[in-house]
Design a protein around this ligand. Structure first.
Ligand code: GTP
Ligand code: GTP
Ligand code: CA
Ligand code: CA
Length: 629
């Protein structure tokens, strides 16, 4: 919105341009001859000034020799005050002035002023408007408003300049189409969204309480019962088919605003739109959608209790059939005041990233998990959607950032104790076919699928996990697909990750070596806490083709031995608890720091050596037997 209004006063010679300016500034009519062109005046905002703008008024001359200056001033202005005072100068409005402004290519509102009204008898006022003003207004859309003034009698002098200010601060053009007699589509879209956000119970009507809240928010003052009844009466009169028993429906709400526009009270619409953070071009303010929110290094973003509350209420409001899931229609209704699903959700075929019910609809648990993940991975998206979806705080000065919080930085991961995080990210690394996707599926309570679909794009799954002691945390599991090398080379990605889960297929002899290779190739992985997991434990365990067998390998690292799990076993959920525990208590997932007793260390090494020898012997034996066969 503009903070300054520059008014260029134009019109034929002798129409009273300079007199109007002098009358405004001095407060009295200057009867004696005044300067042809007054110097420009700048007026600071006063109590009545719309939007507290500073106003500059520029006088001009219509004489041909002053044309260059006139042109320059018109181009610099935000609004033109076009003055006429008799029949001749009136004719010149349509014949010269309006076409002239158009030929300059300026796109500013024009306020048309019929000055010297003292010379016309009062009875004529209505007729003047009918016969003179309406036709030119109809012909030239850029005319914002018309007014009759008298500099001599101080009539409408303050008002005419006020109209000029308002034409800039509260323009009618973006809201209303005179030719069609309709609110413009962008205005209807914005009002529809505002109606939708105000209809808190989503029954399609603004009931009395919702109207009160809307009024309070828009105009910072309560709505009296009388005013409310009047509004309803006006609407029911103008939309005869609508009943206002349950409140105001969308049609009635739009009609009400249309009436404002028709009656020249379009500033009311602007007040509403601006309260809901619309810009002059009827888009949402960038600072509203993207407030400043910085996540320091080693910290993360999470939803605050207010944020969780908001998303929970949203879910409950839109689960109309109360079946504990949001079906496609309910989801579409929920996202109606937004541009659609967040980009990243659409890309990851939401809701497949989180918990769904049998019908495939996202559950409340899944919904909160999904937002927890989004906030963790891309807090700006959450902030944007909080704005679209109408998150409000009791304190008007607070923004959507009140729905988020920043966790304490956790640079020193080896320090004992829990980290200040309720949402954690765990990368699952392992050879292709090791069973990573199956792990993600079972994490989301999906049935086990024996069919193998290799993963190409990174894939995430998020769910809540109950930690020991009953505390909830959200665990994001991510398998990296073909981007595994790229992601592991990216230090920022590793810093953001809370835990590495090394996974291998215990029934596949070439599976564990992938982990050994990864750790060799990316030594920076050792800076992260880790958990080793042997997958497909329901199948026959086989010897790994690796220098050390997994147990010996982890023992040599002073790490816990791999957990043996199978997605076909119910006990698989214990793995997720173990991962969440390790991620929130990272020091437990590093090599134990106390040096083990010397003889035990050598025992591990020796064990490793025997294991290798055994493996070699085994392979030789196999080969000879197969040769024999
Ligand atoms: N009766 C009457 N006379 C007015 C009014 N306003 C201005 N006049 C007179 O009209 C004449 C022209 O007024 P100006 O203010 O100089 O007009 P202008 O448009 O600035 O004229 P230029 O500078 O020549 O372009 C003066 O004699 C004013 O006193 C008015 O409201 N009523
Ligand atoms: N018996 C058994 N089979 C499993 C288990 N987990 C996974 N599988 C099967 O192993 C095969 C590969 O599983 P995926 O989960 O696709 O393996 P992945 O690690 O995601 O594979 P990539 O995406 O190629 O890296 C599939 O046919 C699964 O059905 C398990 O616990 N037991
Ligand atoms: Ca003048
Ligand atoms: Ca309602």
């Amino acid at each position: 919105m503009s903070t300054a209004v520059r008014i260029c006063v134009c019109g034929d010679e002798g129409t009273g341009k300079s007199s109007l300016i002098a009358s405004l500034v001095k407060g009295v009519f200057v009867a004696n001859k005044i300067q042809a062109v007054l110097p420009q005046v700048t007026i600071p905002p006063t109590t009545g000034t719309p939007e507290n703008v500073t106003t500059t008024i520029v006088d001009t001359s219509a004489r041909p020799q002053d044309r260059t200056t006139l042109r320059k001033e018109i181009r610099k202005s935000n609004v033109i005050l076009l003055v006429y005072s008799d029949h001749y100068s009136y004719e010149r409005v349509a014949l010269f002035w309006m076409p002239y402004f158009r030929s300059l290519g300026v796109n500013v509102p024009v306020v048309l002023c019929a000055n010297k009204s003292d010379l016309v008898s009062d009875g004529n006022a209505a007729q003047v408007a009918e016969e003179e003003m309406l036709p030119v207004m109809a012909e030239f859309r850029e005319i914002d408003s018309c007014i009759r003034t008298s500099a001599k009698e101080q009539k409408n002098v303050i008002e005419v300049f006020y109209l000029c200010q308002k034409a800039v601060t509260h323009p009618i053009a973006p809201l209303f189409d005179y030719k069609e007699g309709q609110l413009k589509p962008a205005c209807v879209d914005a009002l529809r969204r505002i109606f939708f956000l105000s209809d808190k119970d989503q029954d399609g009507y603004l009931n009395d309480q919702e109207m009160q809240d809307f009024q309070q928010k828009s105009f910072d003052k309560p709505l009296s019962q009388e005013d409310l009844d009047n509004i309803k009466l006006t609407v029911s009169k103008s939309v005869p088919s609508s009943s206002t028993d349950k409140g105001l429906d969308l049609r009635g709400f739009l009609q009400l605003n249309k009436l404002y526009a028709e009656k020249g009270r379009h500033e009311t619409i602007w007040i509403i739109l601006r309260k809901y953070h619309y810009t002059d071009s009827l888009s949402l303010e960038d600072s509203f959608l993207h407030p400043r929110f910085d996540v320091p290094d080693y910290a993360s973003a999470e939803l605050s209790p207010a944020g969780y509350r908001f998303f929970m209420d949203l879910f409950l409001t839109f689960d109309k059939d109360n079946d504990g899931g949001l079906n496609d229609r309910e989801l579409a209704a929920l996202f109606a005041p937004t541009p659609g699903l967040p980009h990243s959700w659409a890309e990851t075929s939401f809701p497949s990233t989180t918990v769904r019910n049998e019908a495939g609809h996202i559950t409340l648990q899944g919904w909160l998990a999904q937002w927890s993940m989004t906030t963790f991975l891309e807090p700006k998206t959450t902030l944007e959607y909080l704005a679209y979806l109408g998150f409000e705080t009791p304190n008007a000065r607070e923004t959507t950032t009140a729905a988020l919080k920043i966790t304490k930085p956790r640079k020193r991961r080896r320090r004992p104790g829990r980290v200040d995080r309720n949402v954690v990210l765990c990368y699952i690394l392992g050879s292709s076919g090791a069973g990573k996707s199956s792990l993600l599926d079972v994490f989301l309570n999906r049935p086990f699928d024996t069919l193998y679909h290799p993963t190409i794009k990174p894939r995430q799954a998020v769910n809540s996990v109950e930690l020991q002691g009953g505390k909830q945390c959200y665990l994001i599991l991510e398998e990296l697909g073909e981007l595994e090398p790229a992601i592991l080379e990216n230090q920022a990605k590793l810093d953001a990750c809370d835990l590495i889960c090394y996974a291998y297929d215990s029934s596949e002899p070439d599976s564990f070596s992938h982990i050994v290779e990864l750790r060799k190739r990316y030594p920076q992985l050792d800076e992260l806490p880790a958990v080793y997991t042997a997958l497909k434990a329901d199948r026959d365990k086989t010897t790994q083709r690796s220098e050390l067998q997994p147990d010996a390998y982890t023992a040599a690292l002073n790490m816990s031995a791999p957990l043996h799990v199978s997605v076909t076993w119910n006990s698989i959920s214990e793995l997720f608890v173990a991962l969440a525990e390790a991620a929130t208590n990272p020091s437990t997932a590093f090599p134990r720091s106390e040096e083990p007793p010397a003889d035990r260390a050598s025992l591990y090494m020796a064990l490793g050596a025997t294991a290798c020898a055994a493996l070699a012997a085994f392979m030789i034996w196999r080969r000879s037997t197969s040769n024999a066969a």
